[in-house]
Write a protein that binds this ligand. Sequence first.
Ligand SMILES: Nc1ncnc2c1ncn2[C@@H]1O[C@H](COP(=O)(O)OP(=O)(O)OP(=O)(O)O)[C@@H](O)[C@H]1O
Ligand SMILES: [Mg+2]
Length: 399
Amino acid sequence: MDSSFATRNTRGTVLVIDDTPLNQDILTDILGREGYTLRFAHDGESGLVQARHLKPDLVLLDLVLPGIMGTDVLAVLKQELPETMVILTTAYGSEETAIKALRAGVNDYIINKRPFDADEVREVVKRAVTEAILRRENLRLQQEVDLANEQLAQKYTELEAAYERLKELDKAKASFFSMVSHDLRHPIAVAKGYLELIRTGDQDLSPEVRGGVEIAEQEMRYLNELVDDVLDLSRMDAGYYHIDRQPLQVAMMLQQAHLAFRAQAAQRNIALEIKPCDDLPLVSADSLRMNQVLSNLIENALKFTPEGGRITLSANPLDDEIAISVRDTGVGIEPGEHEKIFDRFYRIRRGEQIEDKGSGLGLAICREIVRLHAGRIWAESELGKGATFYLTLLPADNE
Ligand SMILES: Nc1ncnc2c1ncn2[C@@H]1O[C@H](COP(=O)(O)OP(=O)(O)OP(=O)(O)O)[C@@H](O)[C@H]1O
Ligand SMILES: [Mg+2]
């Protein structure tokens, strides 16, 4: 009989600790059809052994037992199996005894009116087992939640540690770049200083020496620019080149560039002009970096435009973006070169080059900076017909 119940553990497990065989029979009768897994013990000791092994949902505990008393069994059960419900069955007890037992931690009681009231037993047992199952389910869910929280805390700690490592790496990168840039710039600065000292010193210099010093100074300036460009590009490659975007007026940007190159253009008899663009929306850009881009483009335009030419700065809406352009009337660029000129160190070899200084890094840097702004940059030109360089920026409110 026991085994058949044991295999259908559908409604919970009930352990009956009762020394009266008749009671066991009656309870089997009443509960047997309810679908519980029923187990029996005849005294407190073996009851506890079974309970520990079985971890039942419910114990039906007789108050008066041979050996250790029901109340002692109760105390052990409450301590060792807090999830297990305990219902006291007592024949002698008045309601008073039962209430005392409730205080001691029993979940409910059934008074054995000899015989048991079958409906009462069914009802009380059902309630207790249901509660036990609910409790167990709650506990399981709670454990799942606890586990999830624990895992979350663990992940959080890992993330924090990873973030700390990244910060360390970032610091290392920063100090690497400042170290390298110092090591490269310092000797140039020293050489420049001495060259200037020689040039402006008391000693009379022969024209050859003076000329040599001036060339050397020019080369140092060029070397300085090259170092700056190479450092910029390696910062970009390392992801250590930061841009700080702010809402900017395009007209202001163009005016600044105009101001910086006005004298140089005038010297070469090149007209440098801005097309009015005051009513454009603000763009989102890093003013220093964009100044660098525009400077590179205007330097190029100056470099590749013969005297008497014209350089025009303008800005116009282009779809959702603002397009800035630098147009010149210079030597122009063959369509086949339009992409390549943005590659690092790429320079077009021309016979009648107007000015041959440069490393071929200017446009590569422009492209990286514009990319960091989520914009595009390109050239439109035909050989001999001047060139126009375009770049796009996002309007400030589009972020
Ligand atoms: N406005 C222009 N007109 C004609 N050719 C140009 C113009 N701008 C750039 N180029 C061509 O593209 C090449 C690459 O330009 P980039 O600015 O990258 O290098 P660079 O000016 O030669 O050197 P750097 O800018 O590093 O001093 C130039 O060497 C030149 O051949
Ligand atoms: Mg250039």
